[in-house]
Design a protein around this ligand. Structure first.
Ligand code: FE2
Length: 287
């Protein structure tokens, strides 16, 4: 693990080398505590004002439950809420416990909500994207991830390009720690350097149905680098980097916000799960 500082921005040679060798990069103090708190308060506000009746979509990466879930599959240009697998979804319970059972909110917060918009659209993010090699970075999706105390679910090892694919591949994840993330509350774990390996799977629409297609059966290397970070840190993740996070069995939440960026010069196949029927993709600035 190596931690870089905002003083090193835009990415210096050491950071670019670290990124190329390892497939991830940590920049500490990227956001202030106040910026993190504003986003956390906004997520709470969105939950408070959402009607959870009739909505029981669970985010479950272990059993791949989304293949037929239109609430999930149509969320690319909306703000939608997904529950923890271990939440108790008895009708009486949902309203009362709603702040403690949402797994994530996705996938167009960055375009549709003014607080998330402000957090997501910044010159310094554009500068990082250009330093990483994007020529026309576009914000494809955003997620607010709660990793709730006691029930925050495991996210199985995967590569983000499996789910957000461009030709050639260009997906990079911008992962913002809104709270401290460590071994006890389910921080990210990555296979350092594993982005140099092949893409293993594609989540692809075939005959109108989402399927997981095997591309390469090489096993993932171990995700043995624990990305323990402080609130305010930005973690960049290469689209091919195998990463994982375990259940949060602790009493502390691990809130994070992520944006996935693709290059608009690259083809975005229509068999990707995430499709927009409204609002075009925007850049970090001037769009
Ligand atoms: Fe991921």
């Amino acid at each position: 693990m190596k931690y870089f500082s905002t003083n090193d921005l835009p990415l210096n040679d050491e950071m670019i080398n670290f990124w190329n060798n390892n497939g991830y990069l940590v920049i500490e103090n990227f956001n202030t505590d106040k910026e993190c708190d504003e986003l956390m308060e906004r997520s709470s506000y969105l939950i408070e004002h959402n009607n959870f009746n009739n909505q029981k979509s669970i985010f479950d990466t272990v059993n791949q439950a989304h293949n037929d879930d239109s609430y999930f599959l149509e969320s690319g240009d909306k703000i939608r809420f997904f529950f923890e697998e271990k939440a108790n979804l008895n009708d009486d319970n949902i309203e009362e416990n709603k702040h403690f059972i949402v797994n994530k909110i996705g996938h167009a917060l960055h375009d549709l909500d003014k607080v998330f918009y402000k957090f997501s659209h910044k010159q310094k993010l554009q500068d990082i994207a250009l330093s990483l090699g994007f020529s026309k970075p576009k914000l494809l999706q955003s997620m607010y991830i709660f990793k709730q105390p006691k029930i925050g679910g495991e996210v199985v090892c995967h590569q983000d390009s499996t789910f957000l694919y461009t030709k050639p591949e260009s997906t990079i994840g911008f992962w913002f720690a809104l709270e401290d993330a460590n071994k006890t509350n389910g921080c990210l774990q990555v296979a350092s350097g594993g982005h140099k390996g092949p893409l293993r799977k594609l989540f692809k629409k075939v005959d109108g149905k989402m399927q997981m297609i095997d591309l390469n059966d090489e096993p993932f290397p171990e995700t043995d680098t624990f990305v323990e970070v402080k609130k305010g840190s930005l973690v960049l993740l290469h689209g091919r980097l195998p990463h994982y996070s375990c259940e949060n069995t602790s009493l502390k939440s691990r809130h994070a916000y992520t944006i996935h960026v693709i290059d608009n010069n690259n083809e975005y196949p229509e068999w990707n799960w995430l499709q927009r029927s409204s609002i075009p993709l925007k850049s970090f600035i001037n769009d």
